[in-house]
Design a protein around this ligand. Structure first.
Ligand SMILES: C[S@@+](CC[C@H](N)C(=O)[O-])C[C@H]1O[C@@H](n2cnc3c(N)ncnc32)[C@H](O)[C@@H]1O
Ligand code: SF4
Length: 438
């Protein structure tokens, strides 16, 4: 698709610019804006298995290290509270936040004690979801997101998930039996994996409908350069030319029982919470190793090193070690354009009130492009909404923005101390773990 190629070519250097960071020693976060409510993101970077495609900051689970990490995470939450921020929502992401459920409960309880949290989202994996987990998290987590990725055994094996998280049949049973356990249950899927065929994708979407879950997010495979290289050697090339066709298949299969609630999330209930919290909370503060904050037009990234993270928290300091450049007014307008449209609607009057210029003038090139390719559905005095093509183009924009962050994580991983790099392997040497003085 020409529009996808053109957009990817424009977005790649832009995403590099927007995610470019410089190291800092003792970073300060800006003071909160009075009256504003932010989202608190807490990162739990541990998994029982490291999936081949996964680009998040995650390490192989070790109980002692993870227990100490959770305690530090709570300490960092207290440091954030001391800055005067007010948080309306908490998102606990990973990794696998439910890996130590008692620790997760203590962490959510502390957030509720410190802030007026209205809703909590968390992530889990298929081997942990079930009635027991739901009972522990009742009254604590409103929205649970679980990674399935695919029901195809071929793909699950290639993703290194079959053995740990179960076959397609088993995953289908797990998700079907989890229906109704949480106020909202989101199932993560991945499309455009190198060996995935149209038939596999249709099969995935159909089985997903049968599970009875009330929300699903279909992520396009987002491979950093390093992952794309590894995937093409082991499985096959990531082929972007199929992505739009695949998106249309997902949309055809899901529309009806589901309705798009963001460019890549489909929900049964209108106005449900979605994974991409930047739609509802363009500004957020991240705690935990590798977490990011976006505050006052600047991106902040916390240390990826678990040892450094612990040392900073014990010294009563923030854990930010990299700071991005200050977004200009134009950058902020673009950020608003992408986040609002990713949530399927841009309010033109709010844009004018916030930036002092109509969106058509402030972002003439972006608006003209979307009009020329038939991306807008409603385009009146009030708002822009999206056609299916428009939604797909927002997937492309978000894919490129997140791929920029993946690149950053690749670089951070390469710079980790040797002992910590051992936890990036599925079978690290015991001696290497013993060396970790965290
Ligand atoms: C941080 S994971 C948490 C879920 C949980 N750990 C699990 O895997 O079951 C959130 C989701 O991100 C998605 N994801 C991870 N790496 C990705 C990549 N490179 N491209 C696209 N989606 C990805 C997967 O769908 C995954 O379920
Ligand atoms: S996809 Fe989930 S389980 Fe797999 S490595 Fe990433 S965070 Fe961990």
């Amino acid at each position: 698709m020409f529009a996808e190629r053109a957009l990817t070519a424009v977005m790649r250097p832009l995403s590099r610019r927007y995610t470019a960071h410089g190291p800092v020693d003792d970073a300060q976060l800006p003071a909160p804006t009075p009256g504003k409510t932010y989202l608190l993101y807490a990162h739990v970077p541990f998994c029982e298995r490291l999936c081949t495609y996964c680009s998040f900051n995650r390490f192989l689970f070790n109980e002692d290290i993870a227990t100490r990490y959770f305690a530090d995470l709570r300490e960092e939450m207290r440091i954030a509270a001391g800055l005067g921020y007010r948080f309306g929502s908490l998102y606990v992401g990973g990794g696998t936040p439910t890996i130590l459920v008692d620790e997760l409960c203590k962490t959510i309880d502390l957030a509720r004690e410190l802030f007026h949290i209205r809703e909590v989202s968390a992530e889990t994996s298929p081997n942990q979801i079930g009635p027991e987990l739901a009972a522990r998290l009742e009254g604590r987590v409103d929205r649970m997101s679980v990674g399935v990725q695919s029901f195809s055994d071929v793909l699950l094996r290639q993703m290194d998930r079959h053995e740990k998280y179960g076959s397609g049949r088993e995953l289908f049973e797990i998700i079907s039996n989890s229906r109704g356990l949480f106020h909202s249950l989101n199932v993560d899927m991945i499309f455009n994996f190198p060996s995935q065929t149209e038939q596999m994708l249709r099969h995935d979407a159909r089985l997903l409908k049968e599970t009875g879950c009330n929300q699903t997010t279909f992520y396009p495979l987002m491979a950093s350069p390093e992952q794309a290289r590894a995937l093409s050697q082991q499985i096959g090339r990531v082929d972007m030319t199929r992505e739009k066709e695949f998106y249309d298949i997902i949309d055809d299969e899901l529309t009806g029982p589901f309705e798009a609630s963001s460019a890549w999330t489909f929900s049964k209930e209108k106005g449900g919470m979605i994974d991409e919290y930047i739609v509802d909370y363009p500004e957020y503060l991240g705690i935990g190793s590798g977490a990011q904050s976006f505050l006052d037009g600047r991106l902040y990234t916390n240390t990826f090193s678990l040892t450094d993270y612990a040392e900073r928290v014990h010294a009563g300091k923030l854990t930010v070690t990299q700071v991005g450049h200050q977004y200009s007014q134009r950058d902020m307008m673009r950020y608003r354009f992408v986040t609002d449209l990713f949530g399927l609607r841009l309010d033109k009057r709010r844009f004018l009130a916030d930036f002092g210029t109509p969106v058509e003038r402030g972002l003439w090139g972006e608006v003209s492009f979307m009009r020329a390719v038939g991306g807008f559905d409603r385009d009146d005095d009030e708002c822009f909404t999206l056609t299916r093509t428009g939604r797909y183009l927002l997937v492309v924009m978000m894919r490129e923005m997140l791929t920029g962050s993946n690149r950053l994580r690749d670089e951070a991983r390469a710079a980790l101390p040797a002992a910590e790099r051992a936890l990036l392997l599925d079978e690290p040497a015991a001696a290497a773990i013993a060396d970790l003085a965290i």
